[in-house]
Design a protein around this ligand. Sequence first.
Ligand code: IPM
Ligand code: MN
Length: 352
Amino acid sequence: MKLNIALLAGDGIGPEVIDQAVKVSNAIAKKFDHEITWTPALTGACAIDAVGEPYPDATHEICMAADAVLFGAIGHPRFDNDPKATVRPEQGLLKMRKKLGLFANVRPTFTFPSLIDNSPLKRERIEGTDLIILRELTGGIYFGERGRKDDGNTAFDTCTYTRAEVQRLAKLGFEMAMTRGKKLCCVDKANVLETSRLWRETVQDMEKDFPEVTVSYEFVDAVAMRLVQWPNTYDVLITENLFGDILTDEASVISGSMGLMPSASIGVHTSLFEPIHGSYPQAAGKDIANPLATVLSAAMMFEDAFGLKEEAELIRAVVNKSLAEGIVTEDLSGKNKAYKTSEVGDWLAKNI
Ligand code: IPM
Ligand code: MN
């Protein structure tokens, strides 16, 4: 099969972890006789430095023409500490999500048997955890009207949702639940927010179309608590953009390291696959970051964008083997030897 993939390494540790996913993907292509064309493109702070814009039109064209996008991370501290910066790397990510129509962000949380004691939570709390948070990605407060008034002394951000936006996300959630544990949790703040009441009403109306799915409605504050108490009681959770942003960071540490969890963003145009961790600038260029979240994002890409399940399963099996044999970066190595990012990538590629 011919696979045409846009490669957006981005900032910070992005290029290093992306390199390992490329090594692993190329090994898969060789083994299964696929032909991958990688087309690199700029995004984030490096794109601002090069062309003054975090998601340049040229990058958008490359993404639109590709079958899938593999993405590293974006962000740079020099922008975080400057509240007056007018162009920010993160705007590139938001623009990319909007222009590619990536309205659904699939963020799984699962545990690796060999890492269960790396989790900050007790074994009995997390064993068997296998949940997906489906986060709405192109609406809500991230994209609503915002600004300042009263000579800059009052600031506002607006959260807006349409019924159609909720329906398309919820439909994916119901369909996903049907292929898994048939449980769907709608996470909202319907005791306070009008947008949440629209979410709840819309999902309630859809229940009759999916009679086999058991639906629960929970407030986001309660979910934040239950996620660390009994994460293994959840299956698929659907939620709006900002709640999803916060809950997926919380969920990502359950597995033992934030460097482990992959994600997919899907919607109207080309799907995008990325680790859920950020650009981790303190580690950039040091060859120490955990590449597994990016490698597992490549696995998701093989399966979801190309229907290549066997390839995806092999990547996951080799990742599990590396964990079991202790071929891990410093975030997971404890008192044992820590391998470099590139060494982990080489080992994975060789074992494929
Ligand atoms: C994420 C990130 C982004 C978000 C930032 C970088 C804009 O935190 O993908 O979760 O808030 O969506
Ligand atoms: Mn986030």
